[in-house]
Design a protein around this ligand. Structure first.
Ligand SMILES: Cc1cc2nc3c(=O)[nH]c(=O)nc-3n(C[C@H](O)[C@H](O)[C@H](O)COP(=O)(O)O)c2cc1C
Length: 133
């Protein structure tokens, strides 16, 4: 590796502050649907999955896409995927609480990804997408 490339890569490991939130480095994990959340509730398997990424020192974890509790965003009316986590209701929020606590215990930071899950194709009128953070 040349000195120039090496120094370009070093900035990846420098902290970054965005709106008062400081990330320990600039490595961001992109959202990936896991389908481990029956009834929209992230399981312990989900919490352990994100905990491992935080332990691996991802600077920011963008979680898998979350859905709102609306037929336009879920199941056959949505992308046809099962076990997608919700970001509303006591069960899902308790599941996400476990995820957040485990990520924070490892010194990590995470945010939920909404994107297409909140308003994907459907004959139904789509709800307004939620903020990703
Ligand atoms: C298995 C898998 C699941 C994914 N799930 C999501 C998702 O839930 N939400 C999302 O916005 N992107 C999702 N993506 C897209 C990735 O976040 C990423 O944008 C894509 O893999 C392209 O990354 P790249 O440009 O680094 O190759 C998924 C990708 C894969 C491979």
């Amino acid at each position: 590796m040349t000195v120039a490339v090496q120094s370009e890569r070093e900035c990846l490991f420098e902290p970054l502050t965005i709106r008062g939130v400081t990330l320990p480095n600039r490595i961001v994990m992109s959202p990936m649907t896991r389908g481990f959340s029956p009834d929209g509730i992230p399981t312990d398997q989900v919490a352990d999955y994100y905990e491992r990424r935080a332990a691996g020192q991802a600077g920011l974890i963008i979680t898998e896409g979350v859905a709102v509790d609306h037929p336009a965003a879920l199941g056959d009316a949505g992308l046809g995927e099962d076990n997608i986590p919700l970001l509303a209701g006591d069960g899902p929020m308790a599941g996400w609480r476990k995820v957040v606590d485990k990520v924070h215990a490892q010194g990590g930071k995470s945010c939920r990804s909404s994107g297409t899950r909140a308003c994907c194709a459907s004959p139904e009128p789509a709800p307004i997408p939620m903020s990703a953070v």
